[in-house]
Design a protein around this ligand. Structure first.
Ligand SMILES: [Zn+2]
Length: 78
């Protein structure tokens, strides 16, 4: 990934976050306390949520990691 690409998605309000359990790296954006957008890479989806054919990959540990990041002020609500 180039620096420019990185800048672009960070400016879009997305932050990189790793799941505490499986260390899958995803991009997360909180637009409100209830609203969380997660961009999964194919690799992260497989590693974190397993390849179960789910439309939206989910991982409870990742959710906890997101909540934790918000509490710690590492993830801004934009
Ligand atoms: Zn996970």
């Amino acid at each position: 990934m180039t620096l420019t690409e990185r800048q672009e998605y960070l400016e879009g309000g997305f932050s990189e976050l790793a799941c505490a359990r499986c260390e899958a790296l995803v991009r997360v954006r909180k637009s409100s306390p209830q609203q969380t957008s997660v961009q999964w890479t194919a690799q992260a989806a497989k590693r974190c949520a397993g390849d179960l054919g789910a439309l939206v990959p989910t991982c409870l540990d990742l959710r906890a990691s997101i909540d934790e990041a918000v509490r710690a002020g590492k993830l801004e609500v934009t």
